[in-house]
Design a protein around this ligand. Structure first.
Ligand code: BTN
Length: 322
């Protein structure tokens, strides 16, 4: 009810009477009054004037579809947009929508995740209204092995958008964390449903630390937020729209692949290149210097004996970062 009243108020520049709202929604004026009060309680500014009715003067700061759409300029990403109040994980929610046939470019976001997922089976903390947690679904006509550039492209687009919108000196920690200095600002988790030779859908989930000032103890030394780094509270609706714009631009410009100019951009923003890294090969931990990213988005590492190893997934520790 609350969201329906908000949608009607947002469609009108001036006042709309309680009677008109009640009629449009098929509810009593008392129900409208209650809905308006709930909207005010949750941050909407609404003027109520006798004989005139209600007028929306400011949208709420929390994530909402109307505010996101006001700032969104995409053709495909977010055309279908689901904004939830709370959910276990936006990736899991969108995978279910994917299995039910939702359209290419569908986006799911939420004010709160109660079972957010990180890479390698870890959890991802997403307290209410503190961060951005969203997932996008793509249905590219690709073989699974050719879909690997999607995550680095997403990392690149997010890094560039955050640099532009927040002014922060963000970098990419291969394969897909966005960092500031030695602390993590963004995590990306890509999941796929595929036949042997064809992708059915890909869900890329993105978590951006926006307003956190505290983190769980085990990650407190290596996590940061936009608020901690800038001292400013950014509008999450606007930020999400900007990130979706940036993601669509990168996916379209580079056609979901990593041509030389995309690799050049990625490399110029990648904090991993040129550093000493350690990674796991079977039961052994190997170390070497990260030399480049290849067209499949894999990391090439030169070991001490001069041989080159290609790392395509898993955890890579970067000396001086984490
Ligand atoms: C990582 O760095 O470990 C990946 C973190 C990915 C978190 C995002 S938040 C939105 C989406 N839903 C999830 O459950 N996880 C991703």
């Amino acid at each position: 009810m609350k969201e329906q009243i908000l949608a009607l108020l947002a469609q009108h520049d001036g006042y709309i009477s309680g009677q008109a709202l009640a009629q449009a929604l098929g509810v009593s004026r008392q129900a409208v009054w209650k809905g308006v009060r709930a909207l005010k309680d949750s941050g909407c500014e609404i003027e109520s004037t006798p004989n005139k009715g209600y007028r929306l003067t400011a949208l709420p700061a929390y994530l909402n579809e109307i505010a996101i759409r006001r700032h969104l300029h995409t053709a495909v990403l977010g055309k279908s947009l689901v904004v939830l109040d709370a959910v276990g994980s936006t990736n899991d929610y969108l995978k279910r929508m994917g299995a039910d046939g939702c359209e290419n470019g569908t986006v799911v976001t939420t004010r709160e995740q109660v079972a957010g997922k990180g890479r390698l089976g870890r959890s991802w903390a997403s307290k209410r209204d503190e961060n951005l947690a969203f997932s996008i679904l793509l249905r590219p006509q690709l073989a699974p092995k050719d879909a690997t550039p999607i995550t680095p492209l997403a990392g690149l687009a997010i890094c560039k958008t955050l640099r532009k919108t927040t002014g922060l000196d963000c970098k990419i920690k291969w394969p897909n964390d966005v960092i500031i200095g030695s602390k993590k600002l963004v995590g990306i988790l890509t999941e796929m449903s595929a036949e042997f030779d064809a992708v059915e859908y890909i869900v890329t989930g993105i978590g951006v630390n926006v307003d956190q000032t505290e983190f769980p103890e085990e990650i407190a030394h290596k996590a940061t937020s936009v608020l901690l780094e800038t001292g400013t509270r950014f509008d999450k609706n606007r930020l999400l729209a900007a990130l979706l714009d940036g993601l669509e631009k990168a996916f379209t410009r580079y056609n979901l692949s990593l041509p030389p100019d995309a690799l050049e951009e990625y490399t110029s923003l990648c904090a991993t290149i040129g550093r000493t890294v350690s990674f796991q090969k079977g039961t052994r931990t190997l170390s070497g210097t990260a030399v480049e990213i290849n067209a499949d988005g894999e990391l090439r590492v030169m070991l001490q004996d001069g041989s080159i190893r290609t790392v395509n997934s898993g955890e890579v520790t970067v000396q001086g970062i984490y």
